[in-house]
Design a protein around this ligand. Sequence first.
Ligand SMILES: *Cc1c(COP(=O)(O)O)cnc(C)c1O
Length: 461
Amino acid sequence: MADNRDRSWAEPYKIKMVEPVQMISREERERAIEEAGYNTFLLRSRDVYIDLLTDSGTSAMSDRQWAGMMMGDEAYAGSENFYHLEEAIQKYYGYEHIVPTHQGRGAEHMISQLMIDEGDFVPGNMYFTTTKLHQELAGGTFVDVIIDEAHDPENEHPFKANVDLNKLEDLIKEKGAEKIPYVSIATSVNMAGGQPISMDNLKKVRELTNKYDIPIIHDMTRVAENAYFIKQREEGYEDTPVKEIVREICSLTDGATMSAKKDALVNIGGFLALDDEELFKKAQNMVVVYEGLHTYGGMAGRDMEALAIGITESVDEDHIRARVGQVQYLGEKLIDMGVPVVRPIGSHGVFLNAKKILPHLSQDELPAQTLAAELYLDAGIRSMERGVVSAGRNPETGEHNYPDLELVRLTIPRRVYTQAHMDVVAESVEAVYQQREDITGLAFDYEPEYLRFFQSRFKKR
Ligand SMILES: *Cc1c(COP(=O)(O)O)cnc(C)c1O
């Protein structure tokens, strides 16, 4: 299939176990979303028909991964599965040392605490919610150095996750290299709509950081998806296997945090990977305080085995082509229907431009949160807000952060839904789009202190 690129893609697997899903009635959906405070995170999964809340931990594992689960070596120390995981990471990503964690934020917590001092600045190609919070909790300030095009949902730049090298160098000169513990580089940037960074740009970031002796820490949560876009769009990579592109990306950075619940096809898990031995030793010591012994870090042996296998499957050409292909399929359908979405279509989801769909709502009326609730009401499809609610408050002024992007994310789990599900989703989005002028906004009813989008409750205005 991979060598027949002009033909349609098809799922490179057959289904051998099914989990029934059903749509509850309109009245039941109305009750469910009201009880959830109009926050899709607070819905019960049984009330959801097609669940596009997130691609995190929601992927379907393969028969090989399930077989691996039966090979769990649940020894407290030195589990065989840890060594399999270490081997897979060294082979496919090329990082030298690894510390397993229960999921991505466990690794973000450690790297932030180990490297950031009070008053430091951490430049990055757009923020991510948990990444930025851990940087702030460690006393740092996140500084966005992504290119301006990333903040424009209609700009068709093929590599919207690229770093603006002038912004980065200006920051280094202004604050001093000693105030910058590392540059945080994400592949397939989630908050920009699943947009890739180019190899060329990453090489230039490497040159610049080498000049000032600043390390690069890679948020590699969706590195294979980014590599696939490089293969599709960057000159010189047309014939390079995704596997090799992934390794090359990793080789340009000094360490990585990984949420294995995304690219790596498992339901739970993550790790911190480091080339520096001294830093690794500190992380290995720290993990026993917060996660578990350094050979399991919060994962069961069976989870580490499934992850080791998931890593090998994640860089398979047929897999990645179908995975990204399914997302493109949904996105192109919505574009044909005239629905405003972030362009180009990203790697893991389609992002609806709520500002443009609901122009009559101000950002204080929470357009993306409102649109996500309306989508659920229409056909039981669960999506999530990525706008003012996710952006939180400025820790100094206490005011809302008002991001340029006010988006609803339709995130596609890997290997879970079929093309027919995508058709149903597109029809529902179109139906809501046609009633858009009658939609009224929401207001906060309850707001927790941290990562408020998860647990806030809202009421109708
Ligand atoms: C999910 C995610 C994280 C955090 O990982 P968890 O496993 O959810 O803790 C960090 N960075 C990015 C880009 C993510 O998508």
